[in-house]
Design a protein around this ligand. Structure first.
Ligand SMILES: *[C@@H]1O[C@H](CO)[C@@H](O)[C@H](O)[C@H]1NC(C)=O
Length: 222
């Protein structure tokens, strides 16, 4: 084979095998997270295999509806490595979203994962914005799914008259969440107001209004 062609094939293979996955591959069957060691690494150290029990691979949290009685009308129960230590090193996790009518999981992004949204009950408008600034969206009914590519800003909004429930799956044990309103107007300490007025091209009073709403706001993520 011509050297150039093999080089091209090799780079294509390298691209496919490196960039189409999120978390790194595990090096053993499992590595149940041990939060007690005090050792800080990328991920979490493993509990000794001799102490691992079936319950380390079980999580009942997604069976329970979150309380949507908050400013966003939504509640996200996170089944990530922090609540479900058996996920450590396995590169996946799953959340449950509960939405009151008109409730929203506000504009946010996950820096470490792509996401599949699967609607279990009700009706949700799900949308994301690409880096080319194109808005892609769809109203989903029970049983239907939508993809959110990794890192892109997106939301879920209950367009139905009843409560909606969605299950979301991620290719990371800890996708991370950057919630736009809390990041921009609720950081501690706050972003300098001049940066925000210049960024959004509005008066300081508008920024102060937004800060008053989101300075103390709690994330819908649990
Ligand atoms: C989400 O629901 C849980 C369980 O009911 C509750 O403890 C938590 O406070 C709720 N979070 C928000 C932001 O409402």
């Amino acid at each position: 084979m011509a050297p150039l062609r093999s080089l091209l094939l090799l780079s294509l293979a390298a691209f496919l095998f490196t960039s189409c996955r999120a978390d790194p591959d595990p090096l053993q069957d499992f590595c149940v997270a041990d939060f007690q060691t005090g050792i800080t690494i990328d991920g979490f150290p493993c509990k000794p295999a001799s102490n691992v029990v079936s319950d380390d691979f079980f999580f009942g949290g997604l069976a329970v509806a979150g309380n949507t009685n908050n400013m966003f009308g939504s509640n996200i129960t996170a089944g990530n490595v922090q609540s479900f230590p058996g996920l450590n090193t396995l590169g996946l996790s799953m959340n449950r979203g509960d939405f009151a009518p008109g409730g929203v999981n506000p504009l946010h992004s996950h820096p470490r994962a792509s996401e599949i949204v699967f609607v279990v009950k009700g009706e949700l408008l799900v949308g994301f914005i690409s880096t080319a600034n194109v808005f892609y969206s769809k109203v989903l009914k029970a049983g239907e799914s939508f993809i959110i590519p990794r890192g892109l800003v997106h939301f879920q909004y209950n367009t139905g008259k009843e409560n909606a429930v969605a299950i979301t799956a991620f290719d990371s044990q800890l996708p991370g969440v950057v919630l736009a309103p809390l990041t921009l107007f609720g950081s501690k300490p706050v972003i300098p107001i001049d940066v925000l007025t210049k960024t959004f091209q509005v008066d300081a009073s508008v920024i102060q209004l937004l800060m008053s709403k989101f300075g103390q706001a709690t994330s819908p993520y649990n």
